[in-house]
Ligand binder design. Structure first.
Ligand code: GDP
Ligand code: MG
Length: 370
């Protein structure tokens, strides 16, 4: 029979996947967002949430588009891992991202990383690693609620002088719900008050157990201030990526996810994309969320003009007429008519869903006032 993943279902209803897993739990079904459920259960969820089920014919437009992209992809190769850094406020997420950027990009190398495009990639002894540098659980959730699985590995930063905190636990829950493997970076090891064993202990209460203690979570002791342990952390990321055997077609139409987007005076929509499959080229016709346009210019995180970008590589592009939402999927299409058709279809659907949400809210408010 027909199956759908929880994440896909949530995306079709334009609700957070977490809302669906919660509801399923209430219905007595434990399911993660990557799990599939059958059509009967899906219909129940849809009914329960007060949406009209999306007709199969509605999604046909999208499926056809996807088929066209898949047809054109070839030459499957190992791809770099995409890493998101999470953790409690002030535990050192930004410092770690800065330190990696600073130490792994040879000084004097064309420009260094100067642009903030929402992600950057570095070369390590174990190959390229891409970091999303819009940390924060909100960004992670926003992407996932749109069904965009942009992150392969979560690095959880825990300050050795502070230990496990509420947002540490939240990050563990997020990673687990997404089925994303976790690597723990015990940070601020340079501080005299650092107590890594306490961190290890506290983490076991969330069933995050270090490999040293017989568990399966890789952990590195680091200082984002001095840089100590960062090579070891990168090594652990590389090893984890090897285990995961991450692959993507290198050739063919590009597909991926919008990391962030903004309007800039004189430049128009400036959109950061992470390529997941295929190779994105200057001049390509990109459909992102409800907007489409030709890639007029493309730069990397060093502000360098580039002509193409392959899997797991972040780029900033100009050429879209408006800003698509972070977490939207993008893909390259060959047919402008098709692009317009899908963009229109999505715009209409978005409008309908917004109306539905408003109606639902109105109803809820009415009940609350009674
Ligand atoms: P975020 O909120 O997780 O992004 O944390 P930040 O990177 O902004 O760091 C919070 C504070 O901790 C800042 O004052 C940093 O300088 C400091 N900090 C971060 N990492 C370290 C470290 O390894 N050692 C020490 N001593 N301080 C650190
Ligand atoms: Mg920060």
């Amino acid at each position: 029979s027909e199956q759908i993943t929880v994440a896909d279902l949530a995306q079709r209803m334009a609700v957070k996947a977490r809302e669906v897993t919660k509801l399923l739990m209430k219905m007595g079904e434990m399911a993660r967002e990557s799990d599939t459920i059958d059509q009967a259960t899906a219909s129940l969820v849809v009914e329960e949430m007060g949406h009209n089920p999306v007709l199969v014919s509605d999604t046909k437009v999208e499926d056809d588009l996807q088929d066209a992209v898949d047809e054109r992809s070839s030459n499957v190769q190992t791809r770099p891992p995409v890493v998101t850094i999470m953790g409690h406020v002030d535990h050192g997420k930004t410092s770690l991202l800065d330190k990696i950027r600073e130490t792994k990009v040879a000084t004097g190398e064309a420009g260094g990383i100067t642009q903030h495009i929402g992600a950057y990639h570095v070369e390590t002894d174990r190959g390229v690693i891409t970091f999303l540098d819009t940390p924060g659980h909100a960004a992670f959730s926003a992407m996932r609620s749109r069904g965009a699985q942009a992150t392969d590995i979560v690095v959880l930063v825990v300050a050795a002088d502070d230990g496990m905190m509420p947002q540490t636990e939240e990050a563990i829950d997020h990673a687990r719900a997404a089925g994303t493997p976790l690597i723990v970076a015990i940070n601020k090891m340079d501080k005299p008050s650092a107590d890594p064993d306490r961190v290890l202990n506290e983490l076991t209460t969330k069933e995050v157990v270090s490999e040293d203690w017989g568990g399966d979570t890789p952990m590195a002791r680091i200082s984002a201030k001095t840089g100590d342990g960062i090579d070891e952390l990168l090594e652990l990321i590389g090893l984890q990526a090897e285990l995961m055997e991450l692959e993507a077609p290198l050739d063919g139409a590009a597909q991926g996810v919008v990391i962030e987007s903004k309007l800039e005076k004189g430049r128009g929509a400036v959109v950061s994309l992470l390529v997941k499959k295929g190779t994105l080229k200057q001049g390509d016709l990109v459909l992102a969320g409800e907007h489409y346009g030709k890639v007029r210019a493309m730069t990397d995180e060093r502000g360098q003009r580039i002509k193409s970008a392959g899997p797991s590589i972040p780029v900033e592009i100009l050429g879209l007429p408006e800003t698509p939402a972070a977490g939207s999927e993008f893909l390259v299409v060959t047919d402008e008519k098709k692009a317009r058709e899908v963009a229109d279809f999505r715009t209409n659907r978005e409008r309908e869903q917004q109306l539905e949400r408003q109606n639902k809210m109105r109803l809820e408010n009415m009940f609350e006032q009674m």
